[in-house]
Design a protein around this ligand. Structure first.
Ligand SMILES: Cc1cc2nc3c(=O)[nH]c(=O)nc-3n(C[C@H](O)[C@H](O)[C@H](O)COP(=O)(O)OP(=O)(O)OC[C@H]3O[C@@H](n4cnc5c(N)ncnc54)[C@H](O)[C@@H]3O)c2cc1C
Length: 401
């Protein structure tokens, strides 16, 4: 090995970066994980729903702050709220700080070093290795590595300097606004219910959500950045409408107060390539690993973090960090999550095209199809399988074609 500080650098302690760290530890590969915040996830705007499949795939048992979700309610334009109850837990709602701490604890002590409150500045990738500047409490230092897994979120830090791909355009980028609210009384019979609201009253081109966890509730709205700019209506106006005018939301949010206002971008772009170049892989939101129709990205990011770590381990063992070795990473994540990204984008474009009324309503024609859509929203059914089972016949024919 050449004279570098560490073979692998992971940037970002989100689900992608923390999973990459966990896998590299298991594979006994030396690495350094660098991330900005003190508690992983504490500053991340997120509704915090983690599907059961993600918990199972990554052996995450019950943990503090995890609130089981068993029911989905959906409101489409000109329809009443539809309720789908599941027999078992379909996932949990968590604060991102609780999820971050849980995932951090799962990274056993071993081959890696984790440096929190450390910001990565300029990243340069040369033929001879990677170099980056670190900033911590007013101090700066340089760090070198053989390879970088950039899991620093939707606008990855490495893309400021490395010419890998362009920033996502506004019609493939999501924009969200969210209130973290707190109600004085407990949720009672509304416990375990995640609500989805579609239509132009609630979002410029996406949906709004109400996800409770104990006394805390994430109330948000999201849509494509382009629609938001076109409509010229502040995102928080949609939220205020939901909070004060929708009868179901008013019950859930009874006497609740806003404790935090947040907004954030989220990639809703389908399969974004390339996700790697010599010595560099992007993982999670950094690579667009978020479902374009549901906005779900936690499980996707964990999967991508795992695949990136496995490829990095191979590269380190072979001492070969070229695209020839790293291309395996892109093949792996496309195999695992590519279908959902692709069909999620397909469905997103049709839903927006039909103003969320016609097409959405046609998908929700029966109890059976409502159940299927609910399963897709909570990550329990793939987008393609949902479409094949729930879409009208003419659409299924098109899909199969
Ligand atoms: C409002 C909102 C609600 C959402 N709700 C859900 C949901 O309910 N369920 C779901 O599955 N998905 C949800 N998502 C999507 C989900 O949050 C993301 O897909 C997921 O967090 C991506 O994980 P990640 O590890 O790729 O990146 P992130 O979670 O964004 O983590 C990136 C990490 O990199 C660090 N970082 C960034 N820049 C630097 C730097 N220069 N130096 C050092 N560290 C840096 C950050 O501090 C952070 O720790 C939501 C997104 C939004 C915006």
């Amino acid at each position: 090995m050449s004279n570098v500080d560490t073979p692998v650098v992971i940037i970002g302690a989100g689900p992608a970066g923390l999973t990459a760290a966990r896998v590299l530890t298991e594979l006994d590969i030396e690495y350094m994980l660098l991330s900005r915040e003190k508690v992983p996830g504490e500053n991340k705007a997120c509704a915090g729903f983690v599907p059961s499949d993600a918990l199972r795939d990554f052996d995450i048992g019950s943990f503090p702050g995890a609130h089981p979700v068993t029911t989905v309610r959906m409101k489409f334009p000109r329809q009443d709220m539809k309720t789908v109850e599941f027999e078992a837990k379909i996932g949990v709602n968590v604060s991102r700080a609780d999820l971050g701490m849980t995932m951090l604890k799962l990274v056993a002590a071993g081959s890696g070093e984790i440096r929190l409150q450390t910001e990565v500045g300029r990243v340069s990738v040369k033929q001879s290795g990677c170099e980056m500047t670190l900033h911590k409490q007013g101090q700066s230092e340089n760090l070198t590595s053989e390879i970088v897994i950039d899991a620093s979120g939707v606008n990855p830090v490495s893309l400021k300097t490395v010419r890998l791909r362009e920033r996502l355009p506004d019609h493939l980028m999501g924009y969200t606004a969210q209130y973290q609210m707190r109600r004085p009384s407990s949720m009672g019979s509304l416990k375990g219910m995640n609500d989805f609201y579609y239509g132009s009253d609630f979002s410029a081109s996406g949906y709004a959500w109400v996800f409770p966890r104990g006394h805390d509730i994430a109330v948000g709205t999201g849509g494509l950045l382009r629609s938001f700019k076109d409509k010229k209506k502040p995102m928080f106006d949609y939220l205020d409408h939901l909070v004060s005018h929708d009868d179901s939301a008013k019950v859930t949010l009874e006497n609740a107060e806003v404790v935090k206002r947040e907004s954030a971008l989220v990639p809703l772009a389908g399969v974004v390539q390339p996700s790697f170049t010599d010595r560099l892989m992007l993982a999670g939101d950094a690579a667009g690993h978020c479902c374009p129709i549901t906005g779900e990205g936690i499980h996707y990011s964990m999967i991508a973090g795992k695949k990136a770590a496995q490829t990095a381990a191979k590269a380190v063992k072979k001492r070969n960090y070229s695209v020839g070795v790293l291309s395996k990473y892109e093949k792996d994540w496309i195999k695992a999550i590519g279908s959902n990204l692709k069909w999620g984008l397909w469905l997103q474009q049709r839903m927006i095209g039909s103003g969320f009324g016609g097409f959405g309503a046609s998908l929700l024609g029966s109890d059976k199809s409502r159940k299927l859509i609910a399963e897709m929203l909570v990550g329990a059914r793939s987008v393609r399988a949902t479409l094949l089972a729930a879409a009208p016949t003419y659409m299924v024919k098109k899909l199969l074609h």
